[in-house]
Design a protein around this ligand. Structure first.
Ligand SMILES: [Zn+2]
Length: 404
């Protein structure tokens, strides 16, 4: 927990038995008091007392009447999703996106602001405050109803301290996001790498629900991953677990933005896709589309042209898919997840990329089962990271902590 004075309701909701009961209602709603007692192994009087407190606080609602198993029909309980709200933020390379969600991660309002080219730590922190203010205002939720702020930040993040250690797109380091935002709003704030946040969002509300071991990869200009192991986000010793774009796939390969050579990011991902399109002599169809302004060629256009039947664009996307397939095969052999979820800009090309990607996995993963690992698109799409950022708060809120 942070040093700042937390809002009363967040602390209050997080006491051990309340969190346990709230999470049981969240997962099994609508549910009776008797079934809560069975699932939590708390005594029925304890459940009744805590549920009474939760009802009094309007955090839980009595809903429909359940089916009777002999005696009186039980009254079923659900979470009052609109009791409190969360702010979720995605700090990308060029803009900050923000949402306000309810306690079920449903988006109530959205907004985004563009970032200037020249940024400093303090200017970036100011911009984050502006977008929080704007999105809460737009949602018509009063600020005292906001019980937590979650922030997904690109680059290397110390999630325990809430510090952006290095943000490559801004060339900024050691940005004390948590300290600054909590100091300003006095609301618990959680900061995480953007792809790790996306993976958590998919795990709770997207295509990773109910799956213990799932990996979410994000393929945009760069490539990252979030690893969910046994339902928990895996960080490794220093929080770099999931830097999938920097897995080395070619010992003699090209130099990567990280300084190393032959990283996956040097053969796959949005930047390479674009570069290949620009360098080839077969790009007439693409060039014609942008009236010979080669600078305007991007992943979205290549996808559009592939859909229109331009064979060169189809081949470019397939090449990206095959290169990603090499990385994904390594990932499967290393971690053996149940499912791999693919998100980010390049994933929007759908089967043009995913088909060739799966072909490589089917040919090259270690065992028959590994070759059949499910590889699907993200469910949350463009909202994945902001919902994931909000999930950082929801996860903390609904996870019982022995120490509280
Ligand atoms: Zn690298």
């Amino acid at each position: 927990m942070s040093k700042v004075q937390m809002t009363g309701s967040f602390q209050w909701m997080k006491t051990l038995n309340k969190s346990t009961i709230l999470n049981t209602i969240r997962l099994h709603s609508p549910i009776s008091r008797a079934d809560i007692a069975k699932k939590t192994k708390l005594t029925p009087p304890t459940v009744t007392n805590i549920v009474a407190e939760l009802l009094e606080a309007n955090l839980v609602r009595e809903s429909k009447v359940g089916t009777s198993q002999g005696g009186r029909k039980p009254i079923l309980l659900t979470i009052n999703d609109r009791h409190s709200f969360i702010v979720g933020i995605d700090v990308g390379g060029h803009l900050i996106r923000a949402v306000v969600t309810d306690l079920n991660a449903k988006i109530q309002a959205k907004c985004e602001i563009e970032l200037p080219h020249e940024l400093t730590n303090s200017l970036l922190l100011e911009k984050i405050k502006v977008v929080i203010h704007d999105v809460v205002k737009k949602s018509s939720v009063s600020m005292d109803k906001v019980i937590g702020i979650g922030i997904g930040m690109h680059g290397i993040v110390d999630y325990l301290k809430g510090v952006a250690v290095f943000a490559p797109n801004f060339q900024l380091s050691d940005i004390p996001i948590k300290e600054e935002i909590e100091g300003h709003y006095h609301i618990p704030t959680f900061v995480e790498n953007d792809v790790r946040a996306l993976a958590l969002g998919e795990s709770w509300y997207g295509n990773g629900q109910g799956i213990e071991n799932v990996i979410c990869i994000n393929v945009g200009i760069g490539i990252g991953a979030g690893i969910i192991l046994n339902n928990e986000l895996f960080h490794g010793q220093n929080g770099i677990a999931g830097e999938f774009g920097h897995v080395i796939v070619d010992m003699n390969g090209k130099q990567c933005s990280c300084g190393s050579f032959g990283c996956l990011q040097t053969i796959a991902g949005g930047a390479v896709l674009r570069e290949r399109a620009l360098q080839s002599e077969q790009n007439q169809y693409l060039l014609q589309k942008v009236h010979n302004n080669a600078e305007d060629i991007n992943g979205a256009l290549i996808f559009e042209c592939a859909q229109e039947g331009d064979e060169f664009s189809v081949q470019l996307l397939a090449e990206t898919g095959r290169a990603l397939g090499i990385g994904v095969t390594n990932l499967i052999n290393l971690m053996n997840p149940t499912r791999i979820i693919v998100g980010g800009g390049v994933a929007k090309a759908g089967e043009y990329v995913l088909g060739p990607l799966r072909d490589v996995v089917r040919q090259r993963a270690l065992t028959t089962q590994a070759r059949e690992t499910e590889i699907i698109e993200s469910k949350l799409g463009d909202d994945g990271t902001v919902i994931g950022a909000a999930t950082l708060v929801l996860k903390d809120l609904f996870s019982p902590q022995i120490s509280s």
